[in-house]
Design a protein around this ligand. Structure first.
Ligand code: UDP
Ligand code: MG
Length: 330
């Protein structure tokens, strides 16, 4: 009998947790194998953690990981996957936008022998026109410049086989674009269409600013193309700037010079200045990435665990701030 792990990262989702618990509970009953849910509280500041504790205390199949602060969706997801022990691990959102019943279809495909079964958003009720369009453009551009191809209309809702996870768990980069990382691994992958629901309660945690940040992380960590592009533009612009310089020298020396070269100077200064700043910015993004990676910090810190009877069974990559002497005994 296979075992299943459902990994659910959640940040400030107090309005959803009770319903999530009920739905995942029935889903686990419907599965033909042992199942666990790994709830990851990504440093919520509302009552999410307390709600999750209630769920975990009433049903030991719900395990709870509380991160020491908010680390962001991609890291929270990684923390959950790190401690999951299933033969197949399914990642889904806490807000019930990813309907639990779709998990049965993912599992059916897994049984056919696929290593990764991702859920493809056929209908996207909960997403605005802008989000759908910008995502489409972004992933088309991404696939054009990246060697790794990410399927369109796919988020992190997916089932992953243990043999893929064994590889994934060894990819400890801190700038994480998880969907790209799974594509990078390859093996047998397929998609299942589903209807993405509206949020059960609460609001999105991905405003435009975070979406842009996420897109940049994805591009930077999967393609050196922006860097190469910067280099090409640099050459291209320098060529014309050089030609202009030669030309101005020639007209001056041959006496053809008429108007003081205000326009050309301004042109050269602004174009070159602008270009240089862009190039520096692009290079800066990569240096920022390198800076993050060379520190080799743990990806996250777990502050609290619930329903993990034996902490020693956790893999070393799961960093737990072990509380040897609880505050009440000090
Ligand atoms: N999330 C998280 N940490 C964060 C932001 C979001 O764990 O810092 C979780 C959130 O609770 C949800 C999932 O990531 O379960 C997806 O986030 P959200 O629904 O806000 O994104 P959207 O569906 O709007 O893209
Ligand atoms: Mg959502």
């Amino acid at each position: 009998m296979p075992t299943f792990s459902l990994v659910v990262p959640a940040y400030n989702e107090e309005g959803v947790i009770a319903e999530l618990g009920t739905q995942l509970g029935s889903l686990m009953d419907a599965l033909d194998g042992d199942a666990e849910v790994i709830l990851v509280d990504d440093g919520s500041s509302d009552g999410s953690y307390e709600r999750m504790l209630e769920v975990a205390r009433s049903d030991p199949r719900f395990k709870l990981v509380r991160l020491s602060r908010n680390f962001g969706h991609q890291i929270a997801l990684t923390a959950g996957v790190d401690v999951a022990s299933g033969d197949a691990v399914i990642v889904l959102d806490a807000d019930l936008q990813d309907p639990p019943e779709v998990v049965l279809e993912l599992i059916a495909k897994w049984r056919e022998g696929y290593d990764v079964v991702y859920a493809v958003r056929d209908v996207r009720e909960g997403d605005t026109w802008f989000k759908r369009k910008s995502a489409l453009w972004f992933y088309k551009a991404f696939n054009r410049i990246s060697e790794v191809q990410v399927p369109l209309d796919v988020g992190d809702f997916r089932l992953v086989d243990r043999r893929v996870l064994d590889v994934f768990n060894r990819m400890r980069e801190s700038n994480r674009f998880v969907r790209g990382m799974f594509s990078w691994i390859g093996l047998r992958q397929t998609g299942v269409l589903y209807k993405r629901e509206e949020r059960f309660a609460g609001e999105t945690h991905y405003p435009l600013r975070k979406m842009l940040r996420f897109a940049t992380t994805g591009l930077i960590s999967f393609s050196p193309a922006p860097l190469r592009f910067a280099l090409r533009i640099g050459f291209f612009v320098s060529f014309f700037a050089f030609a202009l310089a030669v030309w101005s020298l020639v007209v001056k020396l041959t006496g053809l010079y008429e108007v003081p070269g205000w326009t050309s100077i301004v042109l050269v200064v602004t174009v070159l200045g602008g270009m240089q700043l862009i190039m520096l910015g692009v290079i800066g993004e990569y240096i920022g990435d390198i800076h993050d990676e060379v520190k080799r910090r743990p990806l996250y810190v777990i502050g609290e665990l619930e329903n993990f009877p034996d902490m020693r069974q956790l893999p070393p990559r799961a960093i737990v701030a072990d509380r040897r002497m609880p505050a009440r005994e000090r």
